[in-house]
Write a protein that binds this ligand. Structure first.
Ligand SMILES: O=P(O)(O)OC[C@H]1O[C@H](OP(=O)(O)OP(=O)(O)O)[C@H](O)[C@@H]1O
Ligand code: HPA
Ligand SMILES: [Mg+2]
Length: 179
């Protein structure tokens, strides 16, 4: 698995420090609002669990699974809900937790769904942002790191379901997905 990585961008220590910084900021900004924190599965599962441990305010969590990449490094353009929320978002302050914003298609779809369900507010926290690849014009409210235009894996992010368990984020060697 390690031999498929071209370059480590952020190691475990750097990721943890950034997650803690985001958690402290979110705790201040969501004080007294009991936010519903939504993990966008599968990619955000590690970020979500590390993030909520650094948050010091009352909050609730829920999960939604969506997918658009499948076995490719390019979005299919069609976002599918694979698992929906258990909780109603009506009148709630909602915090979407994403691992990465790339084309922006997943997020724009999710924001639209949650606004149509009458959430009181929809805020987005993403650990990674790849602005060079955007096809939809949107930005997260909270961003951890801005990444170069490369396909990355680890810390929850996959290629064809592999590499999610790497503790760091790294660039995948192109020969892995070009073969
Ligand atoms: O901005 P976009 O181009 O939409 O890309 C970002 C989305 O793509 C990935 O999910 P994916 O569809 O691969 O599902 P996964 O989380 O199960 O890996 C990632 O976890 C984000 O949710
Ligand atoms: O660079 C990426 N890596 C893994 N999954 C992704 N989904 C969108 N962009 C990426
Ligand atoms: Mg994926």
């Amino acid at each position: 698995m390690l031999s498929d990585i071209q370059e480590v961008l952020y190691d475990e220590g750097k990721l943890q420090a950034k997650v803690k910084e985001l958690g402290e900021q979110l705790s201040r900004d969501f004080e007294g609002r009991n936010p519903l924190v939504i993990c966008v599965l599968k990619g955000a599962f590690i970020f979500m669990s590390d993030l909520v441990k650094t948050m010091t305010i009352p909050l609730e969590i829920d999960f939604m699974a969506v997918s658009s990449y499948g076995q490719s490094t390019k979005s299919s353009g069609v976002v599918k809900i694979i698992k929906d929320l258990d909780t109603s978002v009506e009148g709630r302050d909602v915090l979407i937790v994403e691992d990465i914003i790339d084309s922006g298609l997943t997020l724009s779809y999710l924001i639209d769904v949650l606004e149509r369900r009458n959430a009181k507010s929809v805020t987005v926290a993403t650990l990674f942002d790849k602005p060079a690849r955007r096809t939809v014009d949107l930005q997260a409210d909270y961003t951890g790191f801005t990444l170069p235009d490369e396909f990355v894996v680890g810390y929850g992010l996959d290629f064809a379901e592999k590499y999610r368990n790497l503790p760091f984020i790294g660039i995948l060697k192109p020969e892995v997905y070009e073969k």
